[in-house]
Design a protein around this ligand. Sequence first.
Ligand code: SAH
Length: 509
Amino acid sequence: MPNGICYLVGAGPGDPLLLTLKGRDCLAKADVVVCDHLANPALLQFAGAGAEIVHAGKKAGDHAMAQAAINQLLVERTQGGATVVRLKGGDPFLFGRGGEEAEALAEAGCAFEVVPGVTSAIAGPAYAGIPVTHRAHNTMLTIFTGHEDPGKSSTTLDYGAIARAPGTKVMLMGIERLQAITENLMAAGMSPQTPVALVRWATTGQQKTLCSTAGEVAGAAAKADFKPPAVAVFGEVVDLRGSLNWFESLPLFGRRIAVTRTRRQGGELAARLRSLGADAYEVPTIRIEPAPDKRAFYEAVAYAHGYDWLVLTSPNGADAFFEAFFEIYKDARDLGAVRIAAIGPATAARVRSYRFQVDAMPERFLAGEIAAAMEKETSLENLKVLLARASGADGELPAGLSQRGAIVDDVVAYRTMPETGGAGIQRYRTEGADLVTFTSASTAENFQSLALPEPKGVVYASIGPVTSRAMREQGLAVGLEASRHDIPGLVEAIVAFFKKTHSNPHLDE
Ligand code: SAH
């Protein structure tokens, strides 16, 4: 029988970058990933394409799968020889029933390993600007759960012990029971003046923090309709937030940004926005499909060495070209001496990722300027140019090249199809966005064809003039256009836009 193993992996508190390197390695080799509802689904990008994903969420009141069934699933799949990753929010051994899962595995004789994670008990306060310990304030940290096994008849929470313990207290779960919990703590001697912070969806762009005191926090939370998941921090250290509130001060903190993109493009834009604090999520609008006339495309690729120039106008075009090329040829030298032009840095980077150098790239990333960049290398008179692009691309580029005397073959390398389903589209429908980004004409066209409702006050942001033109044609008002037409340029423009024009409704203190 093959040897299965189960890894109990801490997913970290929410920000996908807070997964450990070891956790990422485990995901990469998993046959099965069993997620809980607090583990950020974005982490599933680190699992292989063939991995089976099981959502074994456990929200209060919504038991997607009972614990016994989860234990059984882990044991059965491990015994069946699979490499199983049990992905659990925060750290697997802190109030997540990871201990019980490990026991079930041990009892069944299954191999297992534990990969600790960054716990929300410490990272949550940290992202709210609260160090759980500080030499000047405390020497002790108590972590307790506000939610016990509902099957238990009497409470095992010793409020007296918690209230008497010096230092910071952090409570996980039980945010719905704050009234009873704070009353019990105060009855056991906690001062009603004790500073308290509640941090919801900590470490993500949706983070919300509420500051109060032990005496008033339950009322304040009810008034603000403060919902789980949240951690509660009790103690003097909460006041340090006044000067240490770094995350919520990031330039895009809390801005809800929908990033239109193709399923195959890397999530670079959303990742950059998130690193500046944004609540960025992706709305895939288009899907890349192979060239409809595969034969014509493959013939052009096979004969690429017979051209003087190969012109690529998008990362997707570069992927389509080189994937076809390496299907046909085993040796990179079969590309011969053809020069390669790329329309912008993203396309150039993709070309280089296949270990080919780029011979020409225009200074401004516009189709109209690429011919000029190529002419810096050689006159185009009578040269053979292979243009590998999306179906339906406009005629400006081939016309410009022909005008300069080039003999142009314009082949369809791939086509974009509208994407109609998925979690991103669903989220846009229900939650909308403060801003929507467009990075190509086709994202604008396909976004409009989805006929999504327009959120109040939404701003449409464009990467450059070609995209803006397509947006206007689609009836999308261009609220801002990047002056450098690449991803960093777009991010810069978005930061500048929010800085000068809008107060941040997400900062409500
Ligand atoms: N093992 C997890 C805790 C599981 S219990 C850990 O180490 O973080 C679930 C509780 O964790 C939630 O009720 C909430 O109190 C807390 N929690 C988890 N993720 C959180 C987040 N992003 N923001 C705030 N609280 C979080």
